[in-house]
Design a protein around this ligand. Structure first.
Ligand code: NAD
Length: 498
């Protein structure tokens, strides 16, 4: 049995074994490793290391910090195969998808290689007589990130790359269900030349999260996970005076207009609904066809295509997706399918009775399709986070837009149409943070920013892009005047105006 320990001060911590968590192999349905679960003392150690290392790192000029990021990027690329396999073994996603997880994180590392430019301040010459004003962005000090199981590489990299490039020291608390890749990333960062103590990984559960939120030397916390926890983390951290950014759950809708390229829409919806076993915050678990005819055609084509999907182990390169993350999560998804039926929806394709030969203990679920789902149903209101697609029928465009707009979550949404007028109106009016127009998973590229609305995001600044740089720095604004000799300027007793 492998033991996974913390990474503090540039090296693996000794195994404590005091409190541990099981790390599963979802494909096999077995425990494959134990992870050390830290506590307030572990966080104290990590913060002490981070605090000691951070001033020198912040004083390292930004071009040199960028060079470390360049090497970090190269090393991740060189180790991509190994990292993808490790990631898939704990998460269950297929290897090609695990590489996508790494690549979307790498994109952010690539973006912050431009940190000398990204951190430049502003300057105004002659804001008043002999007065110049300039601003600079400075790192916060020690900052932390708390991440979910479903993107064990991408989401840690969304946070740690900008934080570190800006000159902060970072403490990562990854998901205890997929802890290995975050540790490998920290090792590679040190190999790339990152000074010890700038990137620390502390494993754990609520105990460690609370210790981060209560630690006076942690200046900002970024969180990604489910909404109730996001809201809790946001509240506790903010009450302790920290800068907070907390992303939550989702229930993304895909609106299908009567004029859509239906075959393309079906292909897009299938990948977005079932890819990664539906365990993506930008998955598309609800489809909203507009008009009865659209609904019937869409349903028929979906049923036809679902029959061709292959569920398999992560190393099966023909498989479309793998198992869900745990037995407990599988049971929860099955409960939601049952609930849909009890609430009066029609179970069109039932993925529950599925077993993969040779992997009977794995947490597999075949694709499920549910029709005639209505907004009053609990199974519609909640995030299911599994390979389950719900059809909510709408009569008009306005009715279709109202569903994502009125939903408690507002992470992503998509519209499939050939009509630019509808698409433009949709983008402008829908109450959701990220919109796709004939794009099923509108995760913004690394030089824009990622963030949802309503219960999908607490706080203001989004992940990565220029928002990421703002989140991990604070602005200092200097107003200067240099005495040029001669007579003393009258001191005014009123507030200076220009
Ligand atoms: P989760 O909320 O269970 O866990 C997220 C993190 O919080 C983990 O590090 C976990 O250890 C910690 N945590 C768990 N319980 C806690 C508690 N009671 N107090 C303090 N910390 C606690 O989420 P998950 O199951 O790992 O991930 C799936 C969820 O994340 C889904 O809801 C998904 O939509 C969401 N997600 C959102 C985004 C986004 O950007 N909006 C991205 C990916 C995943």
């Amino acid at each position: 049995m492998r033991n996974i320990t913390h990474f503090i001060g540039g090296e693996a911590a000794a195994w404590s074994g005091a409190r541990t968590g099981d790390v599963f192999a979802p494909t096999l349905g077995q425990i494959q490793a134990q992870v050390d679960l830290g506590d307030a003392t572990t966080i104290d150690q990590a913060v002490a290391n981070a605090r000691a290392a951070q001033p020198a790192w912040a004083a390292t000029n930004p071009q040199r910090r960028a060079r470390v990021m360049f090497r970090f990027k190269t090393l991740i690329k060189e180790n991509l195969e190994e990292l993808a396999r490790l990631l898939a073994s704990e998460h269950g996603k297929v290897i090609s998808d695990a590489k996508g997880d790494l690549q979307r994180g790498l994109d952010v590392v690539e973006f912050v290689c431009g940190i000398p430019h990204l951190m430049k301040g502003e300057y105004t010459e002659g804001a008043g007589p002999g007065i110049d004003v300039y601003s600079m962005r400075q790192p916060l000090g020690v900052v932390a990130g708390i991440t979910p199981f479903n993107f064990p590489a991408m989401i840690p990299l969304w946070m740690l790359a900008p934080a570190i490039a800006c000159g902060n020291a970072f403490i990562l608390k990854p998901s205890e269900r997929a802890p290995s890749v975050p540790v490998r990333l920290a090792e590679l960062a040190v190999e790339a030349g990152l000074p010890a103590g700038i990137l620390n990984v502390v494993h754990g559960d609520k105990t460690v999260v609370d210790a981060i939120l209560d630690h006076r030397d942690v200046k900002a916390v970024s969180f990604v996970g489910s909404s109730d926890i996001a809201q809790y983390v946001y509240g506790r951290g903010a009450a302790n005076g920290k800068r907070m950014q907390c992303m939550g759950g989702a229930k993304n809708h895909g609106i299908v207009m009567p004029d859509a390229d239906i075959d393309q829409a079906v292909a897009d919806i299938l990948g977005a609904a079932y890819g990664s076993a539906g365990e993506r915050c930008m998955a598309l678990p609800v489809v909203v066809p507009v008009g009865e005819k659209t609904a019937e055609v869409l349903r028929e084509k979906l049923v036809h295509e679902i029959a061709k999907l292959r569920v398999g182990v992560s190393t099966d390169d023909q498989a479309h997706y793998g198992p869900v993350v745990s037995a407990q999560h599988k049971a929860r998804i099955e409960d939601y399918i049952r609930m849909s039926v009890d609430e009066g929806a029609e179970l069109v394709v039932d993925g529950r009775d599925f077993s993969l030969q040779g992997y009977e203990q794995g947490y597999f679920l075949a694709p499920t399709l549910i029709d005639h789902v209505t907004p009053d149903m609990q199974s519609y209101q909640d995030e299911i986070f599994g390979p389950v697609l719900q059809i909510v029928r709408a009569r008009t465009f306005e009715e279709a837009v109202s569903y994502p707009s009125n939903h408690q979550y507002g992470n992503g949404v998509a519209i499939f149409t050939r009509n630019g007028d509808f698409a433009r109106k949709f983008a402008s009016e829908v109450e959701v943070g990220m919109v796709g127009i004939n794009v099923p998973i509108p995760v913004p590229v690394s030089y824009h920013s990622f963030g949802g609305w309503k219960r999908s995001g607490f706080g203001d600044l989004n992940q990565y892009g220029s928002d990421g740089i703002r989140f991990y720095t604070r602005t200092k604004t200097i107003t200067q005047r240099w005495p040029s000799g001669g007579s003393v300027i009258d001191q005014s007793f009123v507030i200076p105006t220009m």
